[in-house]
Design a protein around this ligand. Sequence first.
Ligand SMILES: NC(=O)C1=CN([C@@H]2O[C@H](COP(=O)(O)OP(=O)(O)OC[C@H]3O[C@@H](n4cnc5c(N)ncnc54)[C@H](O)[C@@H]3O)[C@@H](O)[C@H]2O)[C@@H](O)CC1
Ligand SMILES: [K+]
Length: 466
Amino acid sequence: MTPLDGTIVLDAAAMRAAEQAAIAAGESVESLMQRAGRAVGDAVHRLAGAHAVLVVCGPGNNGGDGYLAAARLRALGRTVRVAAAAAPRGAAAIAAREAWGGAVEPLAAAKPAPVLVDSLYGTGLRRPLAADEAASLARLVAGAALAIAVDLPSGVASDDGALLGQVPRYHVTLALGAAKPAHLLQPAAARCGGVRVLPLGIALSGDTRALPPPRLAAPPVDSHKFSRGMVALIKGRMAGAGELAARAAMRAGAGYVSLLGATIPQAPHALVRRSIERDDPLVDARIGALVIGPGLGRDDHARDLLERALASDRALLIDGDALHLVTPERLRARGGTIVLTPHAGEFHALFGETQGSKLAAACTAAERAGAVVVYKGPDTVIAAPGGRALLAGEASSWLSTAGSGDVLAGAIAARLAAGGDPLDAAAAGVWLHAAAARRLGAGFIADDLAEALAPALAAAIRETRA
Ligand SMILES: NC(=O)C1=CN([C@@H]2O[C@H](COP(=O)(O)OP(=O)(O)OC[C@H]3O[C@@H](n4cnc5c(N)ncnc54)[C@H](O)[C@@H]3O)[C@@H](O)[C@H]2O)[C@@H](O)CC1
Ligand SMILES: [K+]
């Protein structure tokens, strides 16, 4: 069992293609299913303690995995029962049912067991479960102390994370072969519980991954403040937003942070406050990341500042109000390095209504704007032009607090200013933001979050070294 961090994420078509490629190379559906069933059985054996197990099997290959998992559990000496609402279809699932060979209880009449294994539907689900099937599943999950979903909780749409009906909450989901978008996209992700991948030994390729931990190092001995990265932020009408983003950039490792348009000295004194009117500080060649948007406002002054930022050739992070004042075409025409950090409202203001999953929407947007798009929310999708994308699963729900987005902008800007791939910089910023929130627990405010980026950064550096 491996955690999701950095692992490949495949939609149902890509998963089927990987399976087909393995079959073309000499595998069979049966051998893949045997491997999946055995891996599920072994994982349930480890998770379930001495408790009795009920495996609920569907008519497709997900059900086939369930019959073989039950057979494996029986071979391991466990007390295991099987229930199904329909007979298996397809040769591999029929063979799996025969390999189980034991009793199969009617689903509607099955009594709960302490451990419930849901092997009803996986990536093949196309429509909501029948009402009686959904009700039986909900009853059995509610009656179990431990509910484990095989590949996916039955009732979630694998590719976009939608719920096709009422879906119970599971404690653990065992992803077969690779993670699927629904393991990371809401609302499905919140139904999965802890997700673990059971590798099936087939070759996988694709451009989408779960957010990996950042590879970060302490500054080298010969560092100076500019080599660590200089972040310049344009202050807007709501001064506090820029202050928060600036503090976040400092705590996320930038060597020099200046707030442009703020001239009255105040703490923190390490923050360099400069006028934005007298000379043109926006074109300073030492700037590694220029941030515009937090608290900017949407008036003529804001438009004027945005024009100046777009005219600068520095790597640009556009957030908040500024996302309402620009078009994807304008961004594409500007070129250079651009990172956009919209929440759903800002995303739709900039890109209009979109079709398909949040992942697909972010990838299309990145292509249109020629920018790295950090489409944030309870699930965050980071997409770069060219198709690479990262999915960040559930972060702390306490991040739904004023100023949290400003802190994220600052954290990403610090990593962007440090150099390297803008997708990696955005990913590191998202990771540090979530890690800082985890450290703080409950009831924090954005000021605390900015401060907590420093210990989150230290932990990420330690983990990179380990
Ligand atoms: N792709 C792979 O490499 C592997 C896939 N395996 C398993 O195969 C699963 C996918 O199998 P399938 O494609 O057979 O799909 P599922 O087992 O998810 O179920 C789909 C079957 O149920 C029918 N169906 C769909 N929605 C329904 C509904 N609401 N009510 C009633 N019937 C419905 C479909 O027509 C199809 O027969 C994966 O989730 C995984 O568990 C594993 O066996 C091994 C390897
Ligand atoms: K399932």
